[in-house]
Design a protein around this ligand. Structure first.
Ligand code: P6P
Length: 337
């Protein structure tokens, strides 16, 4: 059997042969991957260890926290606070950034994460995951604050997710394509199983929570109605729909076989630009999708060019197969004009 490439070897080669990533970033990514192993183990124990159900608290989003949300957040903080690669961390589960304690050295990177995405699926054993994004601390900053996280997605130096499903997978980009690693739970190694993931330009599959249809804005209604009209309609072909309600699972399917994922703004809360968070959900997923040849917009502009104004800012998301994202975005632009 050809010898498999491990995550460590993949990152060392990116560091050594391509000079793509500094050693500190390689070490940071290996620590994050190790924390994801820990989270995947806790998730897999489920009811046996009594980690299902609610934690009895809520997060900054006003959402009820599940016990595993808190466990996953703690796992990422504990794994990353002492290594010397980070200046601070930001999480969906924490109101404010977590600054590295003074007893540890600070590094040049900022880590942002949704420690456990898809929480509504935890108690029903559907795939969930961890999403992470890495930024550089701006030059000359000694004490990192919230404002230093407010960088557009184009400034990301790495992004990825772990998906805790039938297999535990780690999908990662450092700006040179998207690689997929499968966890060998016997020995704890992440083995490279897809060297370069590609999103087909075209697709016959879309992902949206159709129960919100009555709240959608006209461009989304038009786009989805055309898909639903099938071969008798303007698209001249039939489409299929999937909605896992775990962004990680839906995005992974799109990276594997194409598709378009949509979470638009809707009229339920007109003041809210969308449900998903820009900095630690939409930006890392957009980086991955673009690195795999897809596209990601908020209906009007490239998600990765949005300059954030708040740490937990939300955004509308249309991402996946380029032709479909460009079509639904053009419908938004027609209305704007
Ligand atoms: P809805 C999970 O809570 C999440 O943040 C994403 O992972 C997922 O795509 C979306 O929300 C699901 O939202 O409204 O369909 O439950």
């Amino acid at each position: 059997m050809a010898s498999r490439i491990s995550l460590t070897q993949y990152l060392v080669e990116k560091q050594r042969e391509k000079g793509l990533i500094p050693a500190e970033l390689r070490l940071l990514l290996e620590v994050v991957a190790r924390a994801c192993k820990r989270i995947g183990y806790a998730v897999s124990r489920g009811a046996i260890d009594g980690v299902l159900g609610e934690a009895g608290s809520s997060n900054v989003q006003g959402e009820v926290q599940k016990k595993l949300d808190v466990i996953a957040n703690e796992a990422l903080l504990e794994a990353n606070e002492w290594g010397g690669n980070l200046a601070a961390m930001a999480s969906e589960e924490m109101d404010h950034p977590y600054t590295i304690p003074h007893r540890y050295p600070k590094g040049e990177f900022l880590l942002l994460f949704d420690p456990l995405d898809g929480s509504s699926n935890i108690d029903v054993n559907v795939s969930i995951g961890t999403i992470f994004s890495v930024l550089r601390l701006p030059e000359g900053v000694k004490e990192p604050g919230e404002e230093h996280f407010l960088q557009p997605g184009t400034k990301q130096v790495a992004a990825g997710y772990a998906v805790y499903g039938p297999s535990t997978l780690l999908v990662l980009t450092v700006g040179d394509g998207v690689a997929c690693f499968t966890l060998d739970k016997e020995i704890g190694s992440w083995w490279l199983t897809v060297e370069r993931m590609q999103v087909p330009r075209q697709t016959r599959e879309f992902a949206i929570n159709a129960s919100n249809a009555r709240h959608w804005q006209p461009p989304v209604k038009r786009y989805v109605d055309e898909l639903l009209a099938g071969r008798a309609g303007p698209r001249g072909t039939d489409f299929n729909m999937r909605w896992v309600a775990s962004m990680v699972a839906d995005v992974h399917r799109i990276l594997c076989r194409g598709g378009i994922f949509m979470y638009p703004r809707d009229d339920r809360e007109p003041g809210k630009p969308g449900k998903l968070r820009l900095l630690y959900e939409a930006n890392p997923m957009s980086f991955l999708i673009e690195q795999a040849g897809g596209a990601a917009t908020n209906g009007h502009q490239r998600i990765m060019e949005i300059v954030p104004t708040k740490l937990h800012e939300r955004v509308a998301v249309f991402l996946g197969s380029k032709d479909e994202v460009e079509r639904v975005t053009s419908y938004h632009r027609e209305v704007s004009r």
